[in-house]
Design a protein around this ligand. Structure first.
Ligand code: HEC
Ligand code: HEC
Length: 407
């Protein structure tokens, strides 16, 4: 937990440095040292936001460990899961080109997430054969059932800088949506409203491709369960393999897998993780920024937002530059057909453009191999901007791409 704590005194400054070193060492265990990648500073580890108190530095170091922790069968991995650690899909806190699969069945007037058959999120791996006094059961990865009419891929997103997004008050998103409805109705976004399991209220969703998750704390527990099969206080029920809950009789780790410590440590890691630093500005990128605004990209990819009060100094009423409004927009044919919370199948959250230069695949399914490709796939409310983009003179488009690649 990140409580407000006194600032570091000179006497503890030495330990301060030690802890930063420890974080870098721990980072080695999450496989990010070979190459400089997302969120990495000169010492090769994921970087926290600046100005942390000693307690916050400790929380970050423990979070680096928890985020990179490889779960094993003995820890309660699975029995069905997608991977063993957060860092397998979020390299050093950045993204990866690892996709997961969501399924569903579209009936004439309703969407069925096929929960009874293992949907809507599939777990592609299982822990294998488990034998008990009652016999044995083979936990295998889930398949797409014949009943599914929709199979959607979702690419791993970066988690860099998300502490800022977490700290934006709900009211800011509501005000932004109202303002867009007035000023730019054709491209106006909607607030995603989701149920917050912690408070029992409907709150603003902001994380995930459909903004389907309201807080980093919730994402932490959700991902522990749905990607790794680790149960924790907010998410106590194991996933039924391919929907077969009786199979859980063979679950070798039926007790709660995490008492809440790891979920909290992972939340702290994400909350304190620095945003991706932008690249150097050049004449090209400065011209490209003007084109970005003139082409209407900023209607959805809003350059900056401001956080509310936070016990973390760097996140306290701070302005940051995600290039997203985190609202839902109807993207027409670009949508993935999976409704989530209040989002329809065609609505998607504006993808933040910060850190674009660190990514190699784009769009929710990773289907775009270049930024240019990603822009040319905009449909629905993004169609007009795409048409303007395609009509740009060659050099103006090159400047715009240079600007995007500098984010
Ligand atoms: C098997 C790969 C995989 C693993 C393992 C995984 N994730 Fe993810 N992560 C994804 C994918 C795919 C998405 C996009 C999800 C969506 O919106 O459908 C995502 C999205 C996220 C986001 C939202 C980012 C944003 O911009 O809103 C957060 C936060 C996150 N993951 C945290 C975690 C944490 C914490 C763990 C470990 C407990 C974890 N993930 C483990 C694949 C993975
Ligand atoms: C109507 C809102 C809207 C407008 C206008 C818009 N975008 Fe987007 N953009 C989105 C949404 C939503 C996504 C995520 C779509 C998906 O992956 O399904 C996205 C995704 C992207 C991506 C891919 C990012 C990633 O990480 O995969 C890029 C690049 C991008 N937009 C650039 C632009 C540019 C450049 C313009 C102006 C020419 C523009 N966008 C205009 C809403 C918009």
């Amino acid at each position: 937990m990140l409580e407000a704590t006194p600032r570091v005194s000179p006497a503890t400054a030495g330990r301060h440095r030690l802890l930063a070193g420890a974080a870098a060492l721990l980072a080695a265990s999450i496989g990010v040292t070979a190459q400089r990648g997302p969120g990495q500073g000169p010492n090769g580890g994921p970087q926290p936001v600046p100005g942390l108190t000693l307690a916050q530095q400790q929380a970050f170091a423990d979070g680096v460990r928890a985020f990179g922790r490889d779960y094993t069968d003995a820890d309660g991995l699975g029995p069905v899961f997608n991977d063993e650690s957060c860092a397998d899909c979020h390299r050093g806190g950045g993204d990866s080109n690892r996709n997961v699969t969501r399924i569903g069945r579209q009936e004439a007037d309703a969407f069925d997430g096929l929960e009874r058959l293992g949907g809507s999120l599939l777990q592609s791996r299982g822990i294998g054969t488990v034998t008990t006094a009652d016999g044995s059961f083979d936990f295998r990865g889930e398949d797409v059932p014949a009943e599914a009419t929709i199979t959607a891929r979702r690419k791993s997103q970066p988690v860099l800088g998300l502490g800022f997004v977490d700290a934006v008050p709900d009211a800011t998103f509501h005000a932004m949506a109202d303002e867009q409805a007035r000023a730019t109705p054709d491209t106006a976004g909607r607030v995603q409203l989701v149920f917050d399991r912690t408070t029992g209220d409907f709150v603003v969703g902001r994380f995930g491709w459909k903004a389907q998750v309201p807080t980093l704390r919730e994402f932490s527990g959700d991902a522990l369960l749905n990607e790794m099969g680790i149960t924790s206080p907010g998410f106590r029920d194991e996933i039924c393999p391919q929907g077969d809950c009786l199979a859980l009789g063979f679950n070798p780790a039926p007790a709660l897998n995490d008492d809440g410590h790891e979920a909290e440590a992972i939340t702290d890691f994400m909350r304190l993780l620095a945003p991706p630093p932008p690249g150097a500005a050049t004449d090209d990128t400065r011209r490209g920024e003007t084109v970005f605004h003139a082409t209407g990209c900023a209607a959805c990819h809003r350059p900056s937002l401001t956080t509310g009060p936070s016990p973390v100094r760097a996140l306290d009423r701070a302005t940051f530059e995600p290039y997203s409004d985190f609202l839902l927009h109807d993207m027409g044919p670009l949508g993935d057909g999976i409704p989530q919370a209040s989002a329809t199948g065609t609505e998607m959250r504006t993808a933040p453009l910060w850190g674009l230069r660190l990514r190699t695949r784009y769009l929710h399914d990773g289907s775009a191999a270049s930024v240019d490709d990603a822009v040319r796939r905009h449909g629905g409310q993004g169609r007009d901007a795409r048409v303007r983009y395609e009509a740009l003179a060659e050099d103006a488009r090159a400047d715009l791409l240079a600007f995007l690649q500098s984010r």
